[in-house]
Design a protein around this ligand. Structure first.
Ligand code: PMP
Length: 287
């Protein structure tokens, strides 16, 4: 099946989906995005992703081009046209095309793009064996709660992680972990409670994080919503990350130090199972 992408109301082959060089996303990173996981051909937690999209657009004062039901219909149509059963749906809204000038242009329609990326999520080596992370300084702007397409700091952070043999970067500010380059960061204490940074402008409100917190509460796991330092993470019993495109992934080393016994821990494994179950449960998916 050949790939189909979405551009401003049309479903097109990628080579026909062209955006002018004056697009403000291209010139200023003036736009926001969402990434939604797909499993068994269904969008996972899509309502929550669309709610976050609405908030991101409001915060940067771009009118939402579609209602929630229109977005859902277009997303589902794209997944269907690509025959994707497992992977990731990316959607982006920019302020549109205008002569380069910092001020908001008047009467310009936003540019809307979407594409899918087929990939394994449920059964991957990272999920089975865990991954390594390295810490890097958090060099981002102050409004990390907005899902901005300006990702240069994360591109550099994640590339640095890769060059050091790790799969994710944990960004650090004032000695405390903020979050991963493209994921939320968690540790599990030796007493068995989960520690995660509370929501603020310092981090993206992860949708997978939100669902995971609900599932842990329902499962009776003790939750501590507070900041944690890099040293506390080194000494944790377990560590893991969450994201829409990976669900729950165990972390077995941080800066080359082994976490716990260097294997995915029992609480991480349990949470991954609970999340997978939830994602596969049609009643809570987007259809
Ligand atoms: N933090 C950052 C900086 C991210 O880029 C992402 C993934 N987009 C996340 C956290 C995880 O959020 P979600 O669970 O909504 O994918």
């Amino acid at each position: 099946m050949s790939r189909i992408v979405f551009l401003n109301g049309s479903f097109l082959p990628p080579e026909e989906a062209k955006v002018p060089i004056m697009d403000r996303g291209f010139l200023f990173s003036d736009g926001v995005y969402e990434g939604v996981g797909v499993i068994d051909g269904r969008l996972v937690d899509n309502e929550a992703h669309l709610e976050r999209l609405e908030r991101s657009l409001r915060e940067i004062r771009i009118d939402n081009p579609y209602s929630r039901s229109e977005w859902t219909r277009l997303e589902q149509e794209l997944v269907r046209r690509n025959g994707m059963t497992e992977g990731f749906l990316y959607l982006q809204v920019t302020r549109g095309v205008a002569e380069r000038d910092f001020f908001f242009p008047q009467g310009v329609a936003p540019t809307v793009t979407m594409f899918t990326q087929a990939k394994a999520i449920a059964d991957t080596p990272a999920a089975r064996d865990g991954i390594a992370v390295v810490t890097v300084p958090d060099r981002r702007w102050e409004r990390r709660d907005i899902k901005s397409i300006s990702l240069l700091a994360q591109v550099l952070a994640k590339q640095e992680a890769r060059e050091k043999g790790a799969q994710e970067a944990w960004m650090v500010e004032d000695g405390y972990v903020t979050e991963g380059g493209s994921s939320s960061a968690f540790i599990v204490t030796k007493a068995g409670s989960i520690v995660v940074r509370p929501l603020s402008n310092a981090i993206l409100p992860g949708i997978t994080r939100q669902s995971l917190l609900r599932l842990s509460r329902e499962d009776g796991i003790v939750l501590e919503e507070r900041r944690f330092t890099v040293e506390e993470a080194y000494d944790a019993a377990e560590a893991f990350l969450t994201s829409a495109s990976n669900f729950v992934v165990p972390i077995v080393s941080i800066d080359g130090r082994r976490i716990g016994d260097g294997k995915p821990g029992p609480i991480t494994k349990r949470l991954r199972e609970l999340y997978l179950q939830m994602a596969r449960e049609p009643a809570v998916a987007a259809e």
